[in-house]
Design a protein around this ligand. Sequence first.
Ligand code: PNW
Length: 482
Amino acid sequence: MKSITRRQFGKTALASAAAAALAGTSLPKFAFGETSATELQFPKGFLWGCATAAYQIEGGAKADGRGPSIWDTFSHTPGKTYQGETGDVTDDSYHLYKEDVKLLKNLGVSTYRMSISWSRIFPNGTGQPNAKGLDYYNRVLDELLANNITPYVTLFHWDLPQALPGGWQSRDTSKAFADYAAYVSKHLSDRVHHFMTTNEFTCFTDIGYREGRFAPGLKLADGPANQVRHHGILAHGLGVQAIRANTPSGTQVGLAENAVVYVPVIETPEHIEAARKATRDGNAPFLTALMEGKYIDSYLQREGANAPKAEPGDMEAIGSRLDFVGLNIYTPTYVRAADTPAGYAIEKAPTSYPHMASPWLTIGPECIYWGVRNVCDLWKPAGIYITENGCSSDDVLTPAGRVEDTDRVMYLRNHMTHLHRAAAEGYPVKGYFLWSLMDNYEWADGYGKRFGIHYVDFKTLKRYPKLSAEWYRDVIARNSVL
Ligand code: PNW
């Protein structure tokens, strides 16, 4: 065994602890100061938050004149969701929002990402606004602000008004979205300074209109499905313009997007380059189009006659400058350099690859670092937020009212560690929103998958902090991964 010199011994708390262990003695954990030399401190002013979405938490499906959304229709259609479950009541945050703000307050978060139900504001999607719908959000915002919590507002998190003919198959829906975005941002921008247009294009276009697993449950062919994608990103672009035209300067506009995150199989220059190429190519219909204001050639060639049709002005709107890019990050896709025209090859996950309670939720915490890095290296956005990160667990509420979700803490801790790397390397990561504040309606999985750091008993609607909530509160207080 190598001997340890006196000089090395004094160098860091870590070295001294190791030396103490070798010598069979014990030293205080932080022998040389308040904090460990290896502590993963986040930048000063880093924003910690939680995220939710309207249809998943609000309930009050018919309250105060709310019109139906495609998720009301879909979830009430037999066979579409787990055990036929719907968002009719869910967490009833429509009535219990003050309790939910208390949960946020107890965590010590500085921010909260929430979404607005379009059909509360415009029950028919367009036309006459419903004042009572807006009143609800006024109450929620006032409660947040009274507790010093900064709201980040998503305008569209999948609950499209049912009344809009053809839904996202129609170009008119993109225009209707812009009108809705104009109205909401005009009325809320005295208190809301950060707006996200849409959440996760793939989920409300491809999964809803091509795969049929989400509302409206269609299985369109490639051509019409690509046009649905185009209407989705056009809505975003027109929405950005509408928000800017209706809010004071300084209002920050972005979106929340689950871009596919390509992770190099080995961290060497050729695989890193492959990950960058894959990021541009694999996200061509969505984030790449937004960041570059065009559909890149490889996408157009791949789709051929099925490629989306853009009208004059569409791509300019779609490429509108953004103040920030929000990334929802859950899982990695591994990629390697390859001697092919594309220059990369995707690795299929082995059957033994680990995942959380949701089978799709494979665990690869380095994805949060690579998600940030690939996007920043390619497009240099002004700012990045992690607008969602979190996981499902098989949570069990003990008779003592506890949930020991050590697996969720493991998932979160590891992702935050890799996010810290991105921040430490200077990527402009400004904040992190944990998905989710509390268990809620997990879309087609109903109440069968729990993502919250608060457990919700869906019979009594009582909320219980899980171990992960206790842990997150300490992370926030220390601004450091624990
Ligand atoms: C996101 N996938 O959805 C949504 O933004 C949330 O509303 C949702 O509750 C959360 O993540 C957890 O699922 C996703 O299959 C749904 O890869 C499915 C996938 C990814 C994200």
